[in-house]
Design a protein around this ligand. Structure first.
Ligand code: C5P
Length: 193
């Protein structure tokens, strides 16, 4: 089974998706980390040749632990710019679909429910108001608004709520409340625990 969690920056996707995966006994996939690796590698590297791997909570790029390096605001902005390139999206889509082909997953990003896994057993669209999202990311509100706009307006696989996604607004909710809501939705949709 695949649980797809999409939404804008700072909605809480990573924290929530990781905890939901743990609660259900599923594997967590952070698709945004893959775009961040492309950004970190730089424009000189063909994205199809990058060796991106996950080892527990660590993200490895060509064998090097880049878990901290990919989390800067600069890499986030560059990732959203590179994510507009069809060649980048195609290279990462192939990897994501290969990973998700077997097993039980909680996968989060911008286009998991619409493009990567349109047949996901449960799709969640996670939101929160921009001021709260900026506060969580410790960046100016203009920065999250700019990244959302780029993600929503791009031509290929824009950030968009899937028609059959369940909306979960995390504004004012605790992480535990959000996790419990999504885990119980997943159980209603067939997750075993
Ligand atoms: O989720 P995260 O902030 O790590 O994503 C970084 C950037 O990668 C996003 O702003 C977005 O442009 C891009 N991304 C994407 N599709 C995904 C996941 C992330 O385009 N499925």
């Amino acid at each position: 089974m695949i649980v797809a969690i999409d939404g804008p920056a700072g909605a809480g996707k990573s924290t929530v998706a990781r905890a939901v995966a743990q609660a259900l006994g599923f594997t967590y996939l952070d698709t945004g980390a893959m775009f961040r690796c492309v950004a970190l590698a730089g424009p000189g590297r063909d994205p199809a040749t990058l060796d991106i791997a996950f080892d527990g909570d660590a993200v490895l790029l060509d064998g090097r632990d880049v878990s901290v390096d990919i989390r800067t605001p600069e890499v986030a902005q560059e990732a959203s710019r590179r994510a507009t390139e069809p060649a980048v999206r195609a290279a990462l889509l192939a990897r994501q679909q290969a990973l998700l082909a077997a097993g039980d997953w909680v996968a989060e990003g911008r286009d998991v429910g619409t493009v990567v896994a349109p047949d996901a057993g449960l799709k969640v669209f996670l939101t929160a108001d921009p001021a709260e999202r900026a506060r969580r990311r410790e960046v100016p509100v203009e920065e999250v608004v700019e990244r959302d706009r780029r993600d929503e307006e791009r031509e290929h696989a824009p950030l968009r709520r899937a028609d059959d996604a369940v909306d979960v607004d995390t504004t004012g909710l605790t992480i535990d409340e959000v996790v419990e809501r999504i885990a119980s939705l997943a159980r209603e949709h067939g997750a075993a625990r």
